[in-house]
Design a protein around this ligand. Structure first.
Ligand SMILES: Cc1cc2nc3c(=O)[nH]c(=O)nc-3n(C[C@H](O)[C@H](O)[C@H](O)COP(=O)(O)OP(=O)(O)OC[C@H]3O[C@@H](n4cnc5c(N)ncnc54)[C@H](O)[C@@H]3O)c2cc1C
Length: 463
């Protein structure tokens, strides 16, 4: 498809946020160009990998049970971010999540009840039937029907400003440079987690050992271009959503199947064969998002979850098979860990385990005493062969450093002004709401709510 020189609205990035923005603007009669860096088969960014979004609701709807009030949603968000959130924007996301659900259904997205194993999310998180890929395909279809011009393999790398107004974007398309002017621009091109050099700037050499759970295309091109143009940012470059995933997952796009749920029933040791954190602190859904950072802080950014044959049925099966041995020394040998140290770690752990009643689905009283750190729930001696190990690496979902926006999704400038015709939605601005921590399902809610706001704002600007 040839690119014009001028459009009404240009949207950069075709994930959830970009699609919501593009459809909204097109339905208001605007001629919209959606520029997506990936080829068509890889479209949909991190959105392809998702399963659900968090929504406020008054009663059972779209596969959700009970109700989930603004107060409860806000309390959950406030707790996980430790208050490091912009309250007016966070409350806007919460309130607008309700109409977002209807909007998605009206655009063909179907929902299903939450699946077993997704623990305690059935009243707060609406699950996409067919997952994020189905949602993405459905919204691409809706975008085409609304008349959005979708341009694949089109990479936006720079943004030009005159005063507080954005004049055009440029980049590469079909092996050549392009420039496209527009009346309004919506930036939805994700975080910078797939940009190895930028991650290194933020984390140092440790970043080389990180795995990126989602798309390789979110390299922060537009974020960086706008930072160079004086856009105000929010958040710290090391803040991100990071979980511990199977170290054997591919560098990019491993998705949710590389997640490991065995940690609460295991001991986790580092490269030196030593434990470093309470594996049984809380239920896994409440703790999985801290383990990426915990592993990132260990030597060579690797950990090993070790279990015995008593607990193999208590967590979701892994996509990669466990490393198995008949004894702890044999397991240490396979993992190339110091045999003596791992043996001592396991023996000391076993000796510290107190009698208790083991309940894999409850915060039980099986714990250790006298260890640093102790394991406070689900502590059973690791004594029944065969023994199993899973290697863990930090799996980065998305970064939080982003463009500062206001409640109209307008990008703010470091001189205190707002851009008149430049908007942002999704991961690229999620740090306004997620200063730290994470509440499952909020990534998609932020993208959808701000995508719709940005699309509507972009559409109503006079030409
Ligand atoms: C494995 C995994 C599971 C997840 N599960 C959930 C979940 O269940 N619920 C939830 O709420 N969140 C989940 N998330 C987070 C969620 O994916 C994001 O919060 C959400 O998809 C963000 O939407 P977005 O549109 O901002 O970004 P994306 O969906 O990543 O879209 C960004 C798009 O921009 C394009 N792009 C990048 N750079 C350029 C450029 N220079 N020019 C043009 N285009 C560009 C990319 O190709 C991509 O298509 C998950 C993420 C991962 C990785």
């Amino acid at each position: 498809m040839p690119l014009p020189e001028l459009a009404d609205v240009v949207v950069a990035g075709g994930g959830h946020a970009g699609l919501c923005a593009a459809i909204t603007a097109a339905e208001q009669g605007r001629q919209v160009y959606l520029l997506e860096r990936a080829p068509a088969v890889m479209r949909g960014g991190n959105t392809r990998h998702t399963r659900n979004l968090r929504v406020m609701h008054d009663g059972p709807v779209a596969g959700l049970t009970g109700s989930y009030s603004e107060a409860e949603f806000w309390a959950d968000l406030h707790r996980v971010t430790a208050g490091n959130t912009n309250e007016p924007l966070a409350r806007l996301v919460i309130r607008e999540s309700k109409p977002l659900l209807d909007w998605l259904e009206n655009h063909g997205v179907h929902f299903q009840p939450s699946l077993r194993g997704t623990l305690n999310l059935s009243h707060s998180n609406a699950f996409f039937l067919g997952g994020g890929c189905a949602l993405s395909n459905t919204l691409y279809q809706a975008a085409e029907q609304a008349g959005v011009q979708i341009v694949y393999e089109c990479r936006v790398t720079s943004v030009s400003m005159e005063g507080h107004r954005c004049t055009h974007v440029s980049g590469q398309f079909e092996g050549a440079d392009f420039t496209l002017a527009a009346n309004a621009f919506v930036m939805c091109s994700g975080g910078f987690q797939a940009n190895a050099a930028w991650m290194r700037e933020a984390w140092g050499e440790a970043a080389d050992n990180f795995l990126i759970r989602g798309t390789p295309y979110n390299e922060g091109d537009v974020l960086r271009a706008l930072m160079q143009q004086g856009a105000a940012t929010t958040g710290d470059p090391t803040q991100c959503h990071a979980v511990a995933i199977d170290a054997r997952a591919p560098k990019y796009d491993g998705g949710i199947v590389s997640r490991l749920d065995c940690v609460p029933y295991s001991i986790v040791v580092n490269r030196q064969g030593e434990r470093f954190y309470d594996e049984g602190e809380d239920f896994w859904p409440k703790r999985y998002a801290i383990w990426g950072r915990l592993v990132a802080a260990q030597p060579e950014q690797i950990g090993y979850a070790i279990i015995d044959s008593k607990v193999t049925e208590h967590f979701m099966p892994s996509v990669f098979p466990a490393i198995t041995a008949e004894s702890i020394p044999a397991l240490a040998e396979q993992l190339e860990l110091p045999i003596e140290t791992l043996n001592t770690t396991v023996q000391q752990f076993n000796q510290a385990v107190q009698p208790g009643e083991y309940h894999p689905q409850q915060l039980d009283d099986c714990r250790t005493v006298g260890l640093t750190p102790n394991k406070t729930h689900w502590a059973l001696p690791i004594d029944t062969p065969p023994f199993y190990a899973y290697p863990l690496r930090p799996g980065i979902t998305f970064t939080y450093l982003g463009l500062m926006v206001d409640s109209t999704a307008r990008v703010q400038l470091s001189d205190g002004n707002a851009c008149t015709n430049l908007f942002a939605a999704g991961e690229i601005m999620a740090g306004n709401i997620l200063g730290q921590g994470y509440c499952a399902g909020t990534g998609m809610t932020i993208g959808g709510v701000f995508g719709r706001i940005a699309g509507a704002q972009a559409a109503c600007l006079p030409s």
